[in-house]
Design a binder for this molecule. Structure first.
Ligand code: MF3
Ligand code: CO
Length: 266
């Protein structure tokens, strides 16, 4: 069942999204080579709790951490632990906050120190894919319009679009209906209407889009070992167009927050 959120619920999700956004911004500024992914997880948990939120992922299907930390060929769901980040790594951080029962979900990929030009291009194009998908979140459009916009931009740039993982509805639960694929046919699928809240999350690869899950049961990696990037926002469809509930302050991280939505500045 697809749930439509009231103005009050969207407001709660915006406050939840603010905690998520501020936490990601803080992490992007703080994380450096030499830190372990477990240390980053601890910073994230402290940040969310200090603002009155609860880390959504803890206890989700038995997951035990605040963050997913996915490095290089890891696409999503990397588990925080003793791994030490090094210069040149591409790090993706994914986190959710629950506030008064309402969830926000967002992810970013950013460089640790100096990364290759190719890695930068992958990050840029993936963030562009997210923003192009969000631009399709207009009342009356359909889910296929979102997926198509993401897919077209990724493939035009020579990249792969992961099929096995998708975005999702979000609200009182992290994963609600509908599923939001990063591929699709314009004009097809569920119609979007005001009050629909989606997490759009393109997962884009340098090479093949085939992925596999490691023996830890969580970490999803590219089958060919090439790089992947992942960006995610929680967005509401409104009568005034898409409203990004997990928007970060552009001024705090212009490199990663490359695309500044015209509508509001967090
Ligand atoms: N953020 C992920 C998603 O959007 C969920 C992480 S799975 C968890 O699907 F177990 F870590 F919560
Ligand atoms: Co998500």
């Amino acid at each position: 069942m697809i749930t439509i959120k009231s103005a009050r619920e969207i407001e709660l999700m915006r406050v939840s999204g603010k905690i998520t956004a501020k936490t990601l911004t803080m992490l992007m500024k703080t994380v450096k080579a030499g830190m372990t992914t477990a240390e980053i997880d601890r910073l994230a948990e402290d940040s969310i709790r200090s603002m009155g939120g609860t880390p959504t992922f803890i206890g989700y299907n038995g997951y035990a951490h605040t963050l997913c930390t996915s490095v290089n060929e890891e696409v999503v769901h990397g588990i925080p632990g003793p791994r030490v980040l090094k210069d040149g790594d591409l790090l993706s951080l994914d986190l959710g906050t629950t506030l008064e029962g309402y969830v926000s979900d967002s992810a970013v990929t950013f460089p640790i120190g100096n990364v290759s030009a190719e890695a930068k291009r992958l990050m840029t194009v993936t963030q562009e894919c997210l923003m192009l998908g969000i631009a399709q979140m207009q009342a009356g459009n359909r889910l296929g319009d979102i997926g198509h916009a993401v897919q077209e931009h990724a493939e035009k740039n020579g990249y792969g679009v992961i099929r096995q993982l998708v975005g999702h509805g979000v609200g009182t639960k992290l994963h609600e209906e509908p599923q939001v694929p990063n591929y699709g046919t314009p004009g097809h699928g569920t119609q979007l209407r005001p009050g629909l809240v989606l997490a759009i999350e393109p997962m884009i690869t340098e090479g093949s889009y085939e992925v596999e899950t490691l023996d830890d049961g969580w970490t999803v990696v590219t089958e060919d070992g090439k790089l992947a990037a992942h960006f995610e926002h929680t967005i509401a469809v409104t009568n005034e167009g898409p409203r990004i509930l997990t928007l970060r302050d552009y001024a705090e991280h212009p490199d990663v927050n490359r695309y500044r939505p015209k509508e509001e500045a967090a």
